[in-house]
Design a protein around this ligand. Structure first.
Ligand SMILES: [Zn+2]
Length: 623
């Protein structure tokens, strides 16, 4: 009895010490990372934070006629974890097309195959892996290491030879056989899954819905294509001098420092020949360090525009920006300019952090999808390509520079991309473009799931939890903190977690600390609770003591939003009143807005386009 009492007391004390660090609910399994010192309560990476890394050397070949992609890779994998790894988990994401695989979206029957990725050879540390030690499961393949596990602090080399046929059906989302000789190729090489301090090996297969969670790796990639084809990839092109004739090499070099958009080649020039020195197959060589994935594109008949933009005023560093497109895509001649102007704003305003990559290519594919240094963007003609371009390019920050686990918390990246695409497009277009995601329509329904529910567990509720609700939360946060404080929090967050894997509490705690305010009252309703935003004009009364009219605002919903009022007076004048969501910080349900003495209110309109409100009928007062 006594012993039990001591034990209970110790446990209660420990728990209290941990939970005292936040008012937010922290899942029990996350508490371990604080106990282990891999994360810390102030939101910084813990003293014992670690993550694993791989260095990929890949040689691949694409045969456009058969769509056969084949490759061989040598991957050096570094186990920086304190754990002995008894197996290595490989991602074979194309196996989403295998018969019987779990898929979030239908795919064309012609793309479904029995075998998926064909593995011709797998070796671990110089020894061929026997078939019995290869354990496939959905889009994963586990390699059992048996009596030779990978010890902490050691590394080993994986060699894989593989091939598969690129899916060509119209339902092939995010990847593209755009026409018979134009390709956008992601999810294409065997990739070592993430092993992290929170969950060990990543366990969610790729179904086509939830997106990235990758370690920061180095890539040395060579892609061989038939004569007349150009490749673009997630990295700096290493051998233009070897491949291009002087005219086109000169254009490519000029564009590296040009602020104007130049043509590297037109579709006609590429088709006419003369771009390449050799009239035979070419091998395109790319390199990149510390990036979370590698995608490439290839075509023998696209236009290539390019420019560059200064992304760091302190050093003068520039990013080389390309748009590659079919002549029929009439919106695409604007894309290189938009991407460069967007990257400049990203570097200097929102998020206000120098763009981390040396290059960025927006490729005319079939979707709106980001990869490091590459976007697969469909033509939006006759509409504007601005919002789509900005959205996908801005993903460079989240999830690529900040290694977000999107399979668990997509709001940590899609919400930001939706926030940036609105703010930047709105600014670049003189307020004519920019898309507010319609959160109010769905808020408070059973499809409005709190974003802290893991993305991997969502299907119909995925989009709202990942885009709409967090975009609107971040609007409210910017309004609440003001630009200076918001930017300072963002910079602190990025400095701390750049090239690492932040989880939600790292984000919440860092912003609490950097802002100097405990924002748990804000995080809790927006990210943890069911509910909705709803403000109402309750009434207008005359305050005898203040000798003026007072507007009474009711907070009917639990989610805190700003009060934005346009008040018209009987003398014909108008006035805007704006209060950030901080007015609801202590749980108040009402707020009083005093108007100037001597004025009489004619009518009131409450709300704005960036303030969600589920019921607008109670937002008006008067004539
Ligand atoms: Zn996105």
């Amino acid at each position: 009895m006594f012993r039990l009492l001591i034990l209970t007391t110790v446990l209660v004390f420990c728990n209290a010490a941990l939970s005292a660090q936040t008012n937010l609910f922290v899942p029990r399994n996350y508490l371990k990372s604080y106990e282990n010192g891999t994360r810390s309560w102030d939101g910084k990476p813990g003293e014992k934070y670690w993550q694993n890394k791989a260095k990929y050397v890949i040689a691949a070949r694409l045969e456009p006629k058969t769509r056969l992609l084949s490759g061989e890779e040598s991957v050096t994998y570094f186990n920086n974890s304190p754990d002995t790894l008894k197996f290595i988990r490989i991602k074979l994401q194309h196996n989403r097309y295998q018969k019987g695989a779990a898929r979030a979206f239908e795919v064309s029957a012609s793309d479904v195959s029995d075998k998926g990725v064909s593995l011709q050879y797998v070796a671990w540390n110089g020894q061929k892996v026997e078939q019995k030690n290869l354990r496939p499961a959905q889009t994963f393949l586990d390699i059992a290491l048996n009596d030779k596990p990978l010890a902490p602090g050691s590394n080993a080399v994986l060699v894989v030879k593989w091939a598969y046929t690129l899916p060509a059906g119209a339902d092939a989302a995010r990847e593209c056989v755009c026409d018979s000789s134009t390709f956008f190729v992601p999810y294409w090489y065997p990739q070592i899954a993430v092993y992290d301090d929170l969950n060990g090996w990543a366990s969610h297969p790729y179904t086509g819905l939830q997106e990235f969670y990758n370690d920061f790796n180095d890539y040395d990639v060579s892609i061989t294509l038939p004569k007349g084809f150009q490749a673009w990839g997630s990295g700096e092109w290493q051998n233009p001098d070897e491949l291009l004739t002087p005219t086109y090499l000169d254009r490519w070099k000029k564009a590296q420092t040009s602020s104007e958009v130049l043509s590297i080649f037109s579709e006609k020039e590429l088709l006419n020949g003369g771009v390449y020195k050799k009239n035979k197959a070419n091998t395109f060589h790319f390199k990149a360090v510390d990036i979370p994935d590698f995608a490439f594109a290839a075509s023998d008949h696209n236009n290539w525009d390019a420019t560059s933009v200064v992304v760091d005023d302190k050093t003068g560093r520039r990013t080389f920006v390309s748009a590659v497109y079919n002549t029929a895509s009439t919106d695409y001649p604007q894309v290189a300019r938009i991407a460069a102007d967007g990257i400049r704003l990203m570097s200097t305003w929102l998020p206000g952090y120098p763009f981390p990559y040396p290059c960025m290519t927006v490729f005319n594919g079939n979707d709106g999808m980001e990869y490091p240094m590459m976007c697969n963007d469909v033509s939006t003609a006759p509409g504007s390509p601005m919002t789509l371009t900005i959205h996908e390019v801005s993903h460079t920050y989240f999830p690529f520079m900040m290694g977000i686990n999107e399979q668990d918390y997509a709001w940590m990246d899609e919400g930001w991309a939706a926030f940036f695409d609105y703010k930047l497009s709105d600014s670049l277009s003189n307020h004519t473009l920019g898309r507010v995601r319609p959160y109010a329509e769905i808020a408070g329904t059973d499809n409005d799931v709190p974003p802290m529910v893991k993305s991997r567990n969502l299907s119909t509720a995925y989009r709202n939890a990942s885009y709409q609700r967090p975009q609107n939360a971040y609007f409210t946060l910017l309004d609440l903190l003001g630009y200076e404080k918001f930017h300072s929090c963002m910079t602190t967050y990025m400095d701390r977690w750049k090239g690492k894997h932040p989880e939600p509490f790292d984000f919440f705690q860092t912003w609490n600390q950097a802002s100097g305010e405990n924002l748990d009252w804000f995080w809790k309703p927006w990210f943890f609770e069911w509910g909705y935003p709803d403000l109402a004009v309750q009434n207008v009364i005359f305050d005898e003591a203040a000798h003026c009219q007072v507007i009474l605002i009711d907070k009917k919903g639990n989610i805190p939003v700003p009060i934005h009022l346009e008040v018209s007076y009987t003398d014909g004048s108008k006035e805007i009143f704006h209060y950030t969501a901080v007015v609801w910080k202590s749980g108040q349900q009402n707020f009083k807005v005093p108007c100037p003495a001597g004025k009489k209110i004619k009518s009131i309109e409450l709300g704005s386009t960036t303030i969600p409100d589920v019921n607008l009928t109670d937002n008006k007062w008067g004539a």
